[in-house]
Design a protein around this ligand. Structure first.
Ligand code: GDP
Length: 180
């Protein structure tokens, strides 16, 4: 994954800073260490990336993933009209990361309104014995802010394809509500 030092990200899977037609721009937010880079790496190696190209009927249909490493620098990104979806990640073994995600989602909804996709991701579900954030409480927050919620393990490549499919599906539903 090439690293691009654009102003709003410290790590990016694509060097473009604008959204070209046929591209979805997905920004990953969350505290340091929750697994954003690991998730982005798994996305890029997923066979579903190829499947999207075929299913969409659009040869240029690709996903750009920007990884925001420091949540404190997210102000620019909240205003970014080119963003199609925000993926807000916490890790289930760290309550501070969850609280930070809740705060980010709250601010995102206030700033961007209801028409943008936000997906809440609870990562590191492989760390079963270290879990301190329940699925139920995270789900409630997701429902409250009209977000999809999913649990993943980037380490085990668990539910990564489902997340990827979910992101694309949610974006397409927002862009075209009759899309199925
Ligand atoms: P970022 O700062 O959010 O980009 O986090 P990284 O992707 O760099 O991951 C931080 C650390 O958590 C690294 O040591 C990863 O190997 C580890 N990590 C990431 N995802 C998982 C996961 O699903 N399970 C476990 N156990 N560790 C993970």
């Amino acid at each position: 994954i090439p690293s691009d030092n654009s102003e709003e990200t410290t790590c990016s899977c694509e060097t473009s800073s604008t959204t070209a037609p046929g591209y979805y721009r997905v920004v990953m937010l969350g505290s340091e260490g929750v697994g954003k880079s690991a998730l982005a790496t798994q996305f890029m190696t997923s066979e579903y990336i190829g499947a999207f190209d075929i299913c969409s009927g659009d040869l240029d249909d690709e996903m750009i993933v920007s990884v925001q490493l420091d949540g404190e620098e997210s102000t620019d990104i909240l205003d970014n009209l080119n963003v199609d979806a925000y993926v807000v990640v916490h890790s289930i073994n760290d309550r501070d990361t969850y609280e930070s995600s809740v705060d980010t989602i709250h601010r995102l909804r206030n700033d961007i309104g209801s028409d943008r996709v936000i997906i809440m991701v609870a990562n590191k579900v492989d760390l079963v014995r270290k879990r301190v954030v329940t699925s139920e409480e995270a789900k409630k927050v997701a429902e409250r802010y009209d977000c999809k919620f999913t649990e993943t393990s980037a380490a085990l490549n668990h539910r990564i394809d489902e997340l990827l499919v979910g992101i694309i599906r949610q974006i397409r539903l927002k862009l075209n509500p009759v899309f199925d």
